[in-house]
Design a protein around this ligand. Structure first.
Ligand code: NOJ
Length: 764
C-alpha cells in the first residue's frame, strides 16, 4: 500500500515536471497538435480545485472596471493566487506589475500554470486610436487592422496577453453609451470590421510578443437593450438575432478569435451568462467555437439580481452548465464549483472542457513556454508611444473624420490671411479626444484642436473657451457632471467671435459622456453649448462646427444654420492634428457614417435596413393612415453611409453582367464613378441589395459590398461588385441560412440613400 502511494507520488511529480518543461520545445507548425496532447496531460494531473482555479479570474489591485464585490480584498486574492486558484487576472498592467503576479502563479503554485492577463484595450493602450465607432466611419479595413495592431503591440509590450475587444455588438440606439465601442448599426460592415480588428489584435502568430488574444463581446444582444439604457432587458426574435446580432460574432470565429465574453443582459428571458442556447447550442455547437467564454464583470452574480438564480451556488451551476468557462469577478466559481461537481450538479466533463479551452489559449499565447515573454521592460519602453504607433493612429484619425455639411465651400480654410476665432470648451481639451475606455492612457495627452490649428502658422487665432462643459474632474468610474449653471466665459466667447473671418466651434460631448454606464436620454449638445452656438452664429455666420462626440447627436439646428459641420468624434492621441489637416485641406475627408443620425430621440431606433411597414408612404394628401409621426419626419438627419468630400462624385451607368443569378454562380454589378470636383478625393462606393419577396419580410436595403476609390479631378473609374448566393442568404422561415429564389434589387451610391438601381432574378 505504501509502495503504491510512493509510486503514484513519484509519477505525479514526474508528470508535473514534464508539464512544466514541455512547452519550451514546441514549434509553430506542430503547435496545434502538440497543444492538445499537452493540455490533456496537464488536465490529467490537476485536482478539481486546480481546475476550478483556472476558471477563476480576478481583478488586479488598482484599476477597477466594474463594481468591486465585497470579497475583493487583495489579501484573499493573493492567497488564492498562491494556492493555484486563479487562472487569469484583469486590470494588472505594466511589465513590473504583471511579472509580480505571474511569478506567484508560476513559482509558488503546485503546477506553475501561468496566468492569462486580460485588459480592456479597446482603442489603443497608451497611444490612443479613434474610438471604435469613429474608426468604423473610415470603412478602411486595413487601417483598422493596423490600428488594432498598434493597440496589441503596446499592450503586449506591457505584460498583457488578452484584450477584451472587439466589441461587435450591433446597435441602433444612439442613447446607449456603449455605441462608441462598436462599429455601428450594420451587420455587414460590422462583420468586416470585426474581422479586421481580430486580425489586428491576434496577428499571424499568437505567441509573438506583439500580439494578444482577442475577445468578441458581448454575446449576445447587449446592443439591443431596451430604451438604450445600459444593462437593460433585451427581447428580440430569432430572425433579428440571427440576421442582425449574430453575423459579426460568427465572422470573428472564422477570423480565429480565441475568446468570447458573454453579456450582462437578459436575452428573451434568460441572462446571456446562463444562456445555454447562446453558448452551448449556437457558439460551441453550431459554430464550432474552440476558444473559451469569459463572463462579463460580475455577470454570474447578477443572475441573482435578475431573478434567475437563487444564490451564488445556483448562479455558478447555471453559468457553468450553460457554457461560461471563466468567472470574471463574481467569486462563485472558486467558491462553489467544486461542491457542485461533487454533488453531481455540474458534470466534471464540463469543467474539463472549460479548462482545456483556457489552457489551450495559454499554450497558444506561448505563456506555457515562457510566462514572462510579455514582461520585458526594455521592449515596453521601446514600443509604447513610439513614433511609428503615433503615425499609424494619426492616419486612422484622418480617415475617421466625416464631413457632414460644407455650404458655399467654406472648407477647406485658406492657410493664410485669416482671422479665426476658436471657441468652445472642447477646443483646447486634451483629454476628451481620448474618449472613454482608454484606461492605460495618460490623461490630457491628446493633441487638442487648438494645438492642431496652432501647428499651421499662417492665420491669426483667437481662442475663447466659453462656459465649462463639465463640473469637476470626470473619470472612468464616476458620473460625468455637466455644467448647466456657470455661464463664465459665455459673453467673452460671443464677443470673440465678432469680426472674425471664420469661427471654428468645437462642441459635443466630454470624453467620459459615452461608454459603459453612460446612456443619455437626450442627444442634444449638452450643457450651454447649443445656446452658445446660436449666440455666436447671431454675430458671425461663418461658423465651422467641429463635433467631438461618442455617439450620433441630434444637431438639427446646426444642420439648418451652420454652413460647415465636421464630425470628428473622439479621435485619440493625434486628434487635433488630424482635424487641422482636414480643416486646411491637407487631408480631404472621406469618412461615411456607420450609424444613422436621428432628428430626435423619439425616432430611435432609426436605421436604414429596416423592414417595410404595410403603410410606408402617405396614400393621399392629409390622410392619416400611414406609418409616420405627427410631429417629426420619418427621415433621419444624416443617413447611414453618408459623408461628403471636398471633391464631388457622380455615379452613372449601373449595369449587371447578367440579369439572372443561377444557384452557385455569380454576376457582377458595375458602376462608373467620376470625380467632377476640383480636388483629388476618396469615395466609399456602396452596394445594397433587397430581396423583394421572401419567407420573411426583408429589409428595404442591406449593405452587401463597399469599395474605397481614390480619383483625381476629372477622373472616372468602373467599380465592380461580385454578387453571389452568399450575399442573398438570410435566416429564413425554415430557421436556416438560405437564399430564396426570386427577384432582387441592386442599389449603388455614396450612402444608403442610393442613387442608382437595377434588378436581377435568383434561380436555384
Ligand atoms: C464590463 C464590460 O461590460 C466589459 O466590456 C469589460 O470588458 C469588463 N467590464 C472588464 O472591464
Amino acid at each position: 500500500m505504501i509502495l503504491k502511494k510512493l509510486l503514484s507520488a513519484v509519477c505525479l511529480l514526474l508528470c508535473i515536471q514534464f508539464v512544466k518543461s514541455q512547452g519550451n520545445t514546441h514549434s509553430t507548425s506542430a503547435q496545434q497538435e502538440g497543444i492538445v496532447g499537452k493540455v490533456d496531460s496537464l488536465l490529467a494531473i490537476m485536482t478539481l480545485a486546480e481546475k476550478v482555479g483556472q476558471m477563476n479570474q480576478y481583478n488586479g489591485f488598482w484599476d477597477v472596471t466594474g463594481p468591486a464585490p465585497a470579497e475583493g480584498d487583495a489579501a484573499k486574492k493573493y492567497d488564492h493566487l498562491r494556492n493555484g486558484l486563479v487562472g487569469s487576472m484583469l486590470n494588472v498592467r505594466g511589465t513590473e506589475a504583471v511579472r509580480k503576479v505571474q511569478k506567484i502563479a508560476v513559482e509558488e503554485t503546485r503546477l506553475g500554470i501561468p496566468l492569462i492577463i486580460g485588459f480592456d484595450v479597446i482603442h489603443g493602450y497608451k497611444t490612443i486610436s479613434p474610438i471604435p465607432l469613429a474608426e468604423a466611419a473610415s470603412w478602411d479595413l486595413e487601417a483598422i487592422r493596423k490600428s488594432a495592431g498598434v493597440a496589441a503591440a503596446e499592450a503586449a509590450a506591457s505584460g498583457i496577453n488578452w484584450t477584451f475587444a472587439p466589441m461587435v455588438d450591433i446597435s441602433r440606439d444612439a442613447r446607449w453609451g456603449r455605441i462608441m465601442e462598436g462599429a455601428g448599426e450594420d451587420p455587414y460592415l460590422g462583420s468586416k470590421i470585426a474581422i479586421a480588428r481580430v486580425k489586428g489584435f491576434q496577428g499571424d502568430n499568437l505567441a509573438a510578443v506583439n500580439t494578444v488574444a482577442a475577445c468578441s463581446k458581448h454575446f449576445a444582444g447587449y446592443g439591443f437593450s431596451e430604451s438604450g439604457k445600459d444593462y437593460n432587458t433585451v427581447d428580440i426574435g430569432l430572425a433579428r438575432l440571427y440576421n442582425t446580432v449574430f453575423p459579426p460574432f460568427e465572422a470573428t470565429i472564422d477570423a480565429g478569435v480565441k475568446t468570447f465574453m458573454n453579456a450582462f443582459n437578459v436575452l428573451n428571458g434568460v441572462p446571456a451568462t446562463g444562456n445555454a442556447f447562446l453558448q452551448r447550442t449556437v457558439l460551441k455547437g453550431d459554430w464550432g467555437f474552440k476558444g473559451f467564454v469569459v463572463s462579463d464583470w460580475g455577470s454570474i452574480n447578477e443572475m441573482i439580481t435578475h431573478g434567475y438564480a437563487r444564490d451564488g451556488k445556483d448562479a455558478a451551476m447555471l453559468a457553468a452548465n450553460a457554457g461560461s468557462d471563466m468567472d470574471m469577478e463574481s467569486y462563485h466559481y472558486v467558491n462553489q464549483l467544486e461542491a457542485l461537481v461533487k454533488e453531481g450538479k455540474v458534470d466534471e466533463s464540463l469543467i474539463d472542457d472549460a479548462v482545456s479551452r483556457i489552457l489551450t489559449v495559454k499554450y497558444e499565447l506561448g505563456l506555457m513556454d515562457d510566462p514572462y515573454s510579455y514582461c520585458n521592460p526594455e521592449r515596453e519602453k521601446q514600443v509604447v508611444g513610439s513614433k511609428e504607433n503615433n503615425d499609424l493612429v494619426l492616419d486612422m484619425a484622418r480617415k475617421s473624420i466625416v464631413l457632414l455639411k460644407n455650404e458655399g465651400n467654406l472648407l477647406p480654410l485658406s492657410k493664410s490671411g485669416l482671422n479665426i476665432a476658436v471657441i468652445g470648451a472642447l477646443s483646447a481639451d486634451k483629454d476628451s479626444p481620448l474618449g472613454s475606455w482608454r484606461l492605460a492612457a495618460d490623461a490630457n495627452t491628446a493633441i487638442s484642436v487648438l494645438e492642431g490649428l496652432q501647428g499651421y502658422g499662417g492665420n491669426k487665432l483667437h481662442y475663447e473657451k466659453g462656459p465649462d462643459l463639465v463640473v469637476g474632474e470626470p473619470s472612468f468610474i464616476l458620473e460625468t457632471k455637466i455644467n448647466t449653471t456657470d455661464r463664465s466665459g459665455f459673453d467673452e466667447a460671443v464677443a470673440g467671435a465678432k469680426d472674425k473671418d471664420v469661427v471654428v466651434m468645437v462642441l459635443g460631448e466630454h470624453g467620459f459622456q459615452s461608454g459603459e454606464g453612460r446612456s443619455r436620454a437626450s442627444l442634444d449638445l449638452p450643457g450651454m453649448q447649443q445656446e452658445l452656438l446660436e449666440a455666436v452664429y447671431a454675430v458671425n455666420k461663418n461658423v465651422v462646427l467641429v463635433l467631438m462626440n461618442g455617439r450620433p447627436l441630434t444637431i438639427n439646428w446646426a444642420d439648418e444654420h451652420v454652413p460647415a459641420i465636421v464630425e470628428a468624434w473622439q479621435l485619440g492621441t493625434q486628434s487635433g492634428k488630424a482635424i487641422a489637416e482636414v480643416l486646411y485641406g491637407d487631408y480631404n475627408p472621406s469618412g461615411k457614417l456607420p450609424m444613422t443620425f436621428p432628428r430626435s430621440v423619439g425616432q430611435i431606433p432609426i436605421y436604414y435596413n429596416h423592414e417595410n411597414t404595410g403603410r410606408p408612404t402617405i396614400p393621399a394628401p392629409d390622410l392619416v393612415f400611414w406609418s409616420h409621426y405627427m410631429d417629426e419626419s420619418n427621415d433621419p438627419l444624416y443617413e447611414f453611409g453618408y459623408g461628403l468630400s471636398y471633391s464631388r462624385f457622380q455615379y452613372s451607368n449601373l449595369r449587371l453582367s447578367d440579369n439572372t443569378l443561377v444557384d452557385d454562380g455569380q454576376i457582377t454589378a458595375t458602376v462608373t464613378l467620376s470625380n467632377t470636383g476640383a480636388y483629388e478625393g476618396t469615395e466609399i462606393v456602396q452596394l445594397y441589395l433587397r430581396d423583394l419577396v421572401a419567407s420573411r419580410s426583408r429589409p428595404v436595403k442591406e449593405l452587401k459590398g463597399f469599395e474605397k476609390v481614390t480619383l483625381k479631378p476629372g477622373e472616372s473609374r468602373d467599380v465592380a461588385f461580385s454578387i453571389d448566393r452568399s450575399l442573398l442568404q438570410f435566416y429564413s422561415q425554415n430557421n436556416t441560412w438560405e437564399a430564396e429564389p426570386g427577384d432582387f434589387r441592386v442599389f449603388v451610391g455614396g450612402s444608403s440613400k442610393t442613387v442608382l438601381d437595377t434588378g436581377f432574378t435568383y434561380k436555384k
